[in-house]
Design a protein around this ligand. Structure first.
Ligand code: COA
Length: 326
């Protein structure tokens, strides 16, 4: 089977099971790509219907006292034991419940009512429904689902390394998921979106972004949203999300984001080239954080939202690691 994900350096493209993610994200749903990552092939119509139904059915395991993703990870071993679930079903319970936990946490933070899930709505649409209380339109579903698909997996990333190490040490499923979650929130990893948004807010009202970015670098801080460990040119996911962002903010009060991002990419690129001798291109977090803002999601919520997406990658790797052991 082809690797769950890999970056093809000759084309600078991210591939899931050998297929170009930039194409997958515009043509398939969250559930299609979850099936692809987990089982190695795109599903038939029946298989994707089954995947949708499983994720819907497993929402029944949501418990109101599970208020964080860490609590959810801790509860996974007992859900598995009590229901005598296979590994794969247990992993799908985790995927199914992540958005429910995140939606309810968002409600707490914003002091806002969160709707109960609706069985007719799939993963991405149901999340938008729960946090907004209105049936999401097709554009919002497409944009949010695209963002979710683009983040489902990434080779050699810190949360995957933590997850694999923990699994290979023989730790429980709960502890393995907890180790992935703890690497996931690191500022240079998936926490970069939150930091990028804070930086955009600071730059928004200043006269000279070059001085600001130089001071930032000189004080040992990062220019968030630029650079990547593997991509040697602009992150292909950033290209897709920058198109979505432009469309979403055009003629709205959020259009300041485009101007700030333009400054960060151009001026930040030049400064990093002068000072560090590197070509730091925009990465996925630069645009994703801004896209999430257009949905009304607060910046500190980025890592939770990212987990809705990355849960698909984590469970696929766990499933594969397990299958190599038997
Ligand atoms: N801001 C400040 N410094 C940066 C930078 C950035 N955006 N990108 C790279 N650098 C620095 C590195 O820290 C390193 O400095 P050093 O030689 O003093 O240790 C130097 O430039 C060379 O970096 P490079 O080898 O190109 O990348 P890396 O593998 O060390 O780091 C990242 C990769 C992603 C951690 C780095 O680019 C970064 O911190 N980016 C900002 C955070 C971010 O957006 N993360 C999300 C990634 S999807």
């Amino acid at each position: 089977m082809k690797p769950i994900s890999r970056i093809d350096n000759s084309t600078n493209q991210l591939l899931y099971r050998g297929m170009n993610v930039s194409e997958l994200c515009v043509n398939y749903s969250y559930e299609d790509i979850l099936h692809l990552l987990l089982k190695g092939n795109l599903p038939s119509k029946k298989e994707v219907r089954d995947m949708c139904q499983v994720l819907i059915d497993f929402r029944i395991f949501y418990q109101e006292n599970v208020t964080t993703l860490e609590d959810l990870a801790k509860s996974i071993d007992s859900i598995r034991e009590e229901n005598e679930f296979s590994l794969q079903d247990t992993l799908l319970v985790f995927v199914s419940l992540v958005p429910l936990v995140v939606a309810n946490k968002l409600g707490e933070i914003k002091n806002q009512k969160i709707e109960r899930p609706i069985d007719l709505l799939q993963h991405a649409a149901n999340f938008l429904w729960m946090v907004s209380g209105t049936t999401p339109n097709d554009t919002d579903i497409f944009d949010f689902q695209t963002s979710l698909i683009l983040h489902m997996d990434d080779p050699m990333n810190p949360s995957l390394t933590a997850l694999s190490k923990s699994f290979l040490k023989g730790q429980s499923l709960s502890d393995t998921l907890l180790s992935a979650l703890s690497a996931h929130v690191e500022p240079l990893h998936h926490g970069a979106g939150t930091e990028a948004m804070r930086m955009f807010e600071e730059i928004r009202n200043i006269e000279n972004p070059r001085n600001y970015l130089i001071e930032r670098l000189d004080s040992g801080r990062k220019i968030f949203g630029l650079g990547h460990r593997i991509y040697t040119a602009k992150d292909p996911r950033a290209i897709i999300l920058s198109g979505i962002l432009k469309r979403r903010v055009m003629n709205t009060s959020n259009d300041w984001l485009l101007e700030v991002i333009e400054k960060v990419t151009k001026v930040g690129y030049r400064i990093l080239k002068e000072r560090k001798g590197i070509e730091a291109y925009p990465n996925v977090d630069l645009y994703n954080a801004a896209v999430y803002l257009t949905f009304g999601f607060p910046p500190e919520f980025n890592t939770d939202l990212f987990a809705i997406s990355r849960a698909a990658g984590w469970v696929s790797h766990l499933n594969e690691l397990h299958s190599h052991q038997i």
